[in-house]
Design a protein around this ligand. Sequence first.
Ligand code: MEV
Length: 323
Amino acid sequence: MIEAFAPGKCILFGEHAVVYGHPAVAMAIDQGVHVSIKKSEEWRVGGEKFDPSKHPHISYILHEIFSYDGEPLDIKIESQLFSAAGLGSSAALSNAIGAALHKMIKPNEELDIVKLAKLGHSAEAAVQEGRASPTDTAASALGGCVVVSGEPVKGTEHIFDTELITPEGKRSWSIFKSALPEKKEGIWLILGFTGESSPTGKMVAGVADLLSRVPSKKNEMDAINEITIKGLDALSRGDFEAVGLAMDECHKHLRNLNVSSDSLDRLVEAVGPYSLGAKMTGAGGGGCMVAISRDPQRVSEQIEIAGGKPMISRIGSKGVKII
Ligand code: MEV
């Protein structure tokens, strides 16, 4: 049996804007997706007969990437992530499956993390009508703090470039890693799930529609761009107060793009007194918010009182691994 684990992620700054080439800052989180694969008499995924329409990422990776036509596989998936909640669960699944299949098909070849991140991205794009940034898959594959941008970003290490043909034209991104400050003990990320799932493809399409109907909304993208650069700078200096303020500001602009929701706003507001800052994270329209705080227990309590489900993570966990 072959096992692999890939972490989920949360976006601290730049979701949605990144689809249009602006930078985004994503952080791998402690929770993720664990996959085990073994050869079997019949195709099974998650204890049930494999239905490709229910598992488009798995189907794409098996057939389009690995051209797998070997014995049937029994694929078990254990996810600690709320699904369709903006935590990159499908990217983590793609990366974990990709890593495990790589080990099974090419046992003597070392896993190429960059290749894996690229294949995860093409799987995401294939099931999201061609609109997906490489943010989720890169953060889950590389771990730590990942910056995705159309342009070079000061103070980061360039890792790889990638591109995609989307319905709005060709998009190119560069992926960078940002070193995290040494002094980050006592600082936690707290994710709060609204309980409402949010399909990324639908939210991304909604923003595309808004921008074409109301061209001035492009200003929101530009504002998010500036906040992202400032927030990243604060993060690399270990100025978590400034990171929090930038997150608060980012949330306002995401609201103006109509991607927040009443339940997200409620959770973001509820954690205010105990956090340095908070915002929705990922596609929005439901899904999760993220707070940065020195008091994760209080923030978790506030999330529960406001009707959400909390999850606590360190800052910048490790990336995908074969176990
Ligand atoms: C989803 O986690 C983040 C979005 O920016 C979509 C993407 O980057 O593909 C909304």
